[in-house]
Design a protein around this ligand. Structure first.
Ligand SMILES: Cc1ncc(COP(=O)(O)O)c(C=O)c1O
Length: 261
């Protein structure tokens, strides 16, 4: 459900005719509906309300518009960022630094330094090398980096190949079979507080099945790490549920997703 409707044959965003907006500001123009964002934010929050202290991080790459981020910040959402620029936008939108997750395979030393100084809540480490660099930089700044290790569960998300992120041949995360040994080595580094795992298998997911397969693998790994004496308090679960692009599209319902999680 959204707030874009035909009224007397004219497409409206909430109460405003899009033709009036086009007349006022010209085209092309992007029009967002705050009521729709707020409604979707509420639906997804409700879907996860059965979890213990859930934190929802909006992928800034999907829409870095400051006005949009401000609406989501007011809804209590944090941000998933993959660059210093995205981090700056999330902070400028009023998101608390501790509610921001820094993901992505290309973090530079300069970005890591800035993120540590800003007090970013969580680094999603994509490789052992990145974890070592993060620990080195945190040590040099006399700060602690809170982090999780992104694993690659080798699950086919069943989405378009270009937006698949969790197959073994995708560049993201460490192979799940090597994760425990890497986690142990990173946990021993100074100024690096390892607190859990992350995964992301793809975008525009039209079935819950691959998510459940991947999350189940992570659950098994969490138990293994705990049995080895490691602290695991956070698990960062991705990919995103598909959106309804066309009539007849039938992506999973958020409530079913929440129940599965
Ligand atoms: C770590 C991470 N977060 C978020 C996204 C955005 O996708 P979605 O909104 O479908 O989760 C991606 C996409 O590649 C990603 O790799």
């Amino acid at each position: 459900m959204n707030h874009f409707n035909l009224i007397n044959g004219v497409l409206h965003a909430e109460d405003v005719a899009l033709s009036d907006i086009a007349d006022a500001v010209g085209t092309p123009v992007y029009v967002y509906s705050r009521a729709t964002f707020e409604r979707h934010a509420q639906v997804f929050r409700d879907a996860l309300s059965g979890l213990d202290n859930p934190h929802i991080a909006f992928a800034v790459k999907s829409n870095p518009n400051l006005a949009v981020l401000k609406v989501l910040a007011r809804q209590g959402y944090g941000a998933d960022v993959v660059s210093g620029g995205e981090m700056d936008r999330a902070l400028a939108a009023g998101m608390a630094a501790e509610d921001i997750v820094f993901s992505g395979v290309g973090k530079t030393a300069e970005e890591i330094t800035r993120a540590l100084k800003a007090g970013i809540g969580q680094f999603n480490i994509e490789s052992e090398e990145e974890g070592r660099e993060l620990a080195d930089i945190a040590t040099s700044l006399d700060l602690t980096a809170h982090a999780v290790l992104r694993i690659n569960p080798d699950v086919d998300a069943g989405t378009h190949g270009k937006i698949s992120t969790g197959k073994a041949d995708n560049k993201f995360g460490v192979g799940i079979h090597r994760a425990a040994e890497i986690y142990a080595r990173l946990s021993a580094l100074p100024n690096l507080h390892m607190r859990g795992l992350a995964l992301h298998i793809g975008s525009q997911l039209t079935s819950l099945e691959p998510l459940e397969t991947a999350f189940t693998k992570v659950g098994v790994l969490v138990q293994l790490l705990r049995s080895q004496g490691h602290e695991v308090t956070h698990v960062d679960l991705g990919g995103g549920l598909g959106v309804r692009y066309r009539d007849g599209d039938n992506p999973p319902e958020p409530a079913d997703y929440g129940a599965m999680v």
